[in-house]
Design a protein around this ligand. Structure first.
Ligand SMILES: C[S@@+](CC[C@H](N)C(=O)[O-])C[C@H]1O[C@@H](n2cnc3c(N)ncnc32)[C@H](O)[C@@H]1O
Length: 315
């Protein structure tokens, strides 16, 4: 998804997947500014050096010295260095930090320093990278004044928006705190969203999110029950996160009802992008109307539960 967004937003950089999370991005300062605005990333880091693994601590220390010297200019005597290890044994992390301190005579800090490093162990080497993203995690978007009881993660909403693709107007019939419409409208300029929610307090608070997001002029927010509403037009796209059901008796039945109702508002060749619990996937797919064609579900985790993003074409 990150790679797709990079392509979509014309950021010039090379991308290499190292593990589930890490992407190496070879780019210049101008493109780093563009990367900071991506909606599908949580944290932006610049890879600095690699330290080869060695079983013997003595040899490892020598490897560290050789590699860390390259941090000259990034770490200086005046720097306050902080570091977080990911998958790195504490003893090894301490060796790396002590070598940094010894080489550059800098200070180390347990809280956030002005040089914030990440040290990971990947494929028999330690990778030291510099945090160049915001210090506020990007997933805490500034517009989230209000979170509904089951707000979706903004990064998943951004991924759903990429999967959905550009459409002049989208419908979110269970909009909650507006995470999906806001991410969608930010992803695709010059598009509009119709947002529906049944809960008065949710809608009132969501209006604040809409104002904070500064794209409220591209949204229509309606307080109503999706199953009773009368809408005058049809939509090419529905992107939504329906109540998935910890409080529902049967989320499968709810999804069936949702799909049946959606057909009434979809234009021919319309598309639904939605999210379902992975455990319910099979049964939901089995109950789909015949004219629904599902693309490969994309698996992820939301609020500690395994979920799938479904993209459905209605023929
Ligand atoms: C899973 S939440 C959506 C969360 C939202 N994506 C967010 O990030 O905040 C489902 C929402 O559907 C709303 N809802 C439940 N039944 C509804 C109905 N029949 N019509 C419209 N909205 C409904 C609930 O009030 C709730 O806000």
């Amino acid at each position: 998804m990150v790679a797709l967004e990079i392509k979509l937003k014309n950021v010039e950089c090379s991308v290499e997947k190292l593990d589930d999370r890490l992407l190496i991005l070879d780019t210049d300062e101008h493109n780093v500014q563009k990367l900071r605005r991506l909606q599908t990333i949580t944290r932006l880091e610049r890879m600095l050096i690699e330290i080869p693994y060695s079983r013997s601590m003595k040899e490892f220390r020598i490897n560290c010295r050789k590699a860390l010297i390259e941090l000259d200019g990034i770490v200086t005597k005046e720097s306050i260095v902080s570091a977080r290890g990911q998958g790195v044994k504490r003893k090894r992390l301490l060796v790396i930090l002590r070598e940094i301190q010894r080489l550059f005579k800098c200070k180390l800090s347990r809280s956030l320093g002005d040089v914030d490093l990440s040290i990971r162990f990947l494929s028999n080497r330690y990778i030291v990278s510099l945090n160049v993203g915001t210090f506020q995690p990007l997933y805490r978007r500034w517009y989230t004044y209000y979170k509904s009881r089951a707000s979706i993660h903004p990064i998943i909403a951004a991924a759903m928006s990429i999967i959905a693709g550009r459409s002049r107007e989208m419908l979110d019939p269970f909009c909650g705190s507006l995470t999906i419409p806001i991410e969608y409208l930010r992803m695709w300029p010059c598009t509009y969203a119709t947002c529906i929610d049944i809960d008065r307090v949710t809608v009132l608070n969501s209006i604040r999110n809409a104002l904070l997001s500064e794209i409220y002029d591209r949204m229509l927010i309606i307080l109503s029950d999706f199953f009773n509403i009368k809408l005058r037009k049809n939509y090419d796209l529905i992107v939504t996160d329906p109540p998935r059901g910890l409080r529902l008796r049967s989320s499968i039945a709810f999804y069936e009802k949702f799909f049946r109702r959606s057909i009434e508002f979809l234009s021919s060749n319309g598309k639904i992008v939605t999210i379902v619990f992975e455990k319910d996937l099979r049964r939901i797919l089995r109950g789909l109307p015949q004219n629904f064609q599902v693309e490969m579900p994309l698996r992820t985790v939301q609020g500690g539960y395994r979920v799938c993003i479904l993209s459905i074409h209605v023929r």
